[in-house]
Design a protein around this ligand. Structure first.
Ligand code: ADP
Ligand code: ZN
Ligand code: MG
Length: 475
């Protein structure tokens, strides 16, 4: 019998903080500005310069720690992490080592190991002979990014499936966004994720040898890369081979994983205390200031949507884990006290029409309009199919759903409308066999009759109402 394996995954996430200036100097943060336009002697690592810690970055670090329920160290230390690379002009990165700003905590089902502050390296750009990026004949350095404030969040190895890792990173991203501490834009590198992966026989308490997948910088790649690596490791173990502890690069084009470096080649960073910075002391005042900035976080919001508004757990998460959707939803609810579940069900319809990454607040559909439309459907003033058309029109042109329904004659056809009963009679006449079955109580036969009516009314009739009327009329 073949052994079953359980995947074990831990994530390390780097978050660029949305401060105005860099971690240890007064240079502006910039993304997309011309290269090397935001530099100074400090972030270029020139001799004789001294770092000055960015208070806002500390505030954000404490805020993240509080949001994750971490222990905030009253006194934490900065260290120098030494390595030689062209993106690091000082020859070391200032980071935190044995005494980080935050320890412990959790988010959802995942425990947090630690959260610490550090600075980002500069950006290496590989340039081909043609001057085009890629093709890498030479590399050039853009120091704009060097010294950007980072928070590194390290989880415990508490994740056990690729899609779970993806979902959890979505929650973390939403949480950071809600806190306002980062742009959390994975394309632009303000949120970067490394995944540590191992497998072990189901039931075993011991951790297997892990590999580290570097820079899984989209939710999709994270899920796919981790899945491919789990399969690779299980394949190795099943054929009697061992997993080597190494760092891997995932190529999304081929789904292949290639080694970047092995354990033997791992850096020895020769950490030592940063002599130019005093220990970081978080005062009661700083703690209180962060506490005051804590907003309702996505996990709590999802719970509230579920428990107080009655949304299904999936829908609650869908709305709460994307702050802009949750905000839009709550504005729609405030506009019109309709059934929260019905209004919630219309948000995905809207998202489908505006594009999955778009912010509905930027669309032509106001929350009030969406709430009105949902209410009209609930009140059976407009049938669901017709309402979908109205929404499509709202996305294109904006406006008021009531006006659109009136102007275009999309209002529901009901029993009072002679037109509807006439169409139902035609449906019955067109398919007497189905009508007879319905008469005998076989409700499955009603489908084609309802379909006929829907087609004739162009979706303006309510399905339930049509079914009721057909039963009535077949006698
Ligand atoms: P390293 O010393 O290699 O940096 P750490 O113990 O600091 O390893 O852990 C780094 C990350 O790897 C953490 O997110 C942790 O949860 C995860 N991790 C550690 N051991 C394993 C393992 N055996 N399988 C999967 N993830 C692991
Ligand atoms: Zn600078
Ligand atoms: Mg580590």
């Amino acid at each position: 019998m073949s052994t079953e394996y359980e995947p074990v995954i831990g994530l390390e996430i780097h978050v660029q903080l949305a401060t105005r200036t860099k971690m240890f100097c007064g240079c502006d943060l910039s993304f997309g500005d011309p290269p090397n336009t935001h530099t100074c002697p400090v972030c270029l690592g020139l001799p004789g310069t001294l770092p000055v810690l960015n208070a806002r970055a500390v505030h954000f670090g404490v805020l993240i720690g509080l949001a994750l329920g971490s222990q905030i160290a009253e006194r934490s230390l900065f260290h120098r992490k030494n390595y030689f690379y062209p993106d690091l002009p000082k020859g070391y990165q200032i980071s935190q080592y044995d005494v980080p700003l935050c320890s412990g905590g959790s988010l959802g089902e995942v425990c947090i190991h630690r959260v610490h502050l550090e600075e980002d390296a500069a950006k290496l750009v590989h340039v081909g002979e043609s001057g085009r990026i890629h093709g890498s004949d030479r590399s050039v350095v853009d120091f704009n990014r060097g010294g950007t404030p980072l928070v590194e969040i390290v989880t415990e190895p508490d994740l056990h499936a690729p899609d779970q890792a993806r979902e959890w990173l979505t929650l973390l991203r939403a949480t950071l966004k809600r806190l306002g501490v980062s742009d959390v834009n994975m394309d632009e590198g303000s949120l970067r994720c490394d995944a540590n992966v191992s497998v072990r026989p189901v039931g075993s308490q011991q951790l297997g040898t892990k590999t580290e997948l570097k820079n899984m910088n989209s939710f999709r790649y994270l899920e796919r890369g981790v899945r491919a690596e789990i399969e690779r490791q299980i394949g190795l173990l099943q054929s009697g081979e061992a997993v080597a502890q190494e760092t891997l690069h995932f190529d999304p084009a081929s789904d292949r994983l290639t080694p970047l470096r092995s354990k033997e080649e791992a850096h020895d960073y020769r950490y030592f205390p940063e002599p130019d910075l005093v220990p970081l002391v978080v005062t009661g005042e700083m703690h209180a200031a962060a506490q005051a900035d804590l907003a309702e976080l996505p996990a709590a919001r999802a719970k509230r949507f579920e428990q107080q508004l009655g949304l299904a757990p999936d829908r609650a998460r869908e709305l709460a884990f994307r702050t802009e959707l949750g905000d839009y939803y709550e504005r729609a609810l405030a506009a019109d006290g309709h059934d929260p579940v019905t209004v919630a069900n219309w948000i995905p319809q809207l998202v489908e029409r505006i594009g999955s990454d778009a912010d509905p607040a930027q669309s032509k559909v106001t929350p009030e309009a969406l709430a009105t439309l949902a209410g009209m459907v609930s009140a059976k003033e407009v049938a669901r199919d017709a309402a979908r058309d109205v929404l499509t029109r709202l996305v294109a042109e904006g406006g008021d759903p009531r006006t659109i329904v009136e102007e275009r004659g999309l209002g529901s056809l009901t029993a009072d409308d002679g037109g509807l009963t006439e169409i139902i009679d035609r449906a019955i006449a067109a398919d007497p066999a189905a009508a007879e079955q319905v008469r005998q109580g076989n409700m499955r036969a009603v489908g084609p009759l309802v379909g006929f009516v829907m087609k004739e009314t162009k979706g303006r009739a309510d399905g339930g109402e049509v079914t009721r009327l057909i039963r009535e009329r077949v006698g």
